[in-house]
Design a protein around this ligand. Sequence first.
Ligand code: SF4
Length: 316
Amino acid sequence: MKIAVSGCLLGEEIRYSGGHSHDRFVTQSLGAYAQFVSFCPEHLAFGTPRSTIRLVEDENDGYYVQSSDGEVDVTEKLLHTNNIELQKIQNEPIRGIIFKSKSPSCGLGSAMVYRSNGYSKEKGDGLFVKICKEHFPLLPMEEEGRLNDPWLRENFIMQLFAYDDFENFKDSKPAMKDLVDFHQSYKFMLQAKDDVLYRKLGQIVGNHDKLSFDEVLNKYEYVFKTIIAEKSSIGKNRNVLEHMAGFVKDKISKVEKEMLHEQIRDYANKIVPLIAPLSRLHMFAKTYDVEYLLNQKFLHPYPKELALRSDIKGGK
Ligand code: SF4
């Protein structure tokens, strides 16, 4: 899987000062499963080291870029290198982008935008982020600062792997039956994010309007990618866990059932992390060979070595 990443997060010494912002979660944890496509529109425009830049609001609610070096307007120069970096990303089959927080180019909602009188105004998207959002509206995107939050981190990684899974699915030249299987395998994961849209997705797969498969797949893709961009919650996960427990309730003993429900309650009360009731469910599914559960992406949405469901703070 290819992911585009702000070069400074990969340890490249390209920040304005000549330093880097190496992020170990990105390079070491994610690096075991991804190849990175690095970008840095500022290094390309001005070299390193360089003067700092800042975003300044203009009268049309957009903004221009000012260099601290004599307050020169460097918007055009930076737009040019933004386009070069955009092209580089577009030429690769990327599954997501990870940006460096607080940067006037790469900040995802965390870049400071100034009023023309010099007083700080509010936080917004960096210039390169704006361009990427316009070109890849459904692509998973996060900034490294937000990835320190275990809940946001798990949701982003889940989105990233589901997005990759869907792209690989499309590449496999699927037929309608394959889409039905794909949809079924995502049932609980999608329900843990948005039950209403999940049902809409079911109607698309049902194809009562007798559309061509390509049309169905296009519609499916849009709604699927929209759902996986949403965040799950403890409440929604709990509903899904109860639902999954229904698939083994006639197979397990009374005590096992009580223990399973106690663990689901403990998860809802933030006493144990999500991995606890899920592991128990997984064990029952394996013991009694409940294929429907074993095929669920919710049980294994990404490599288990990432261990993102083992943190009690991973639920909100
Ligand atoms: S422009 Fe982006 S990639 Fe380059 S140094 Fe700044 S934050 Fe890092």
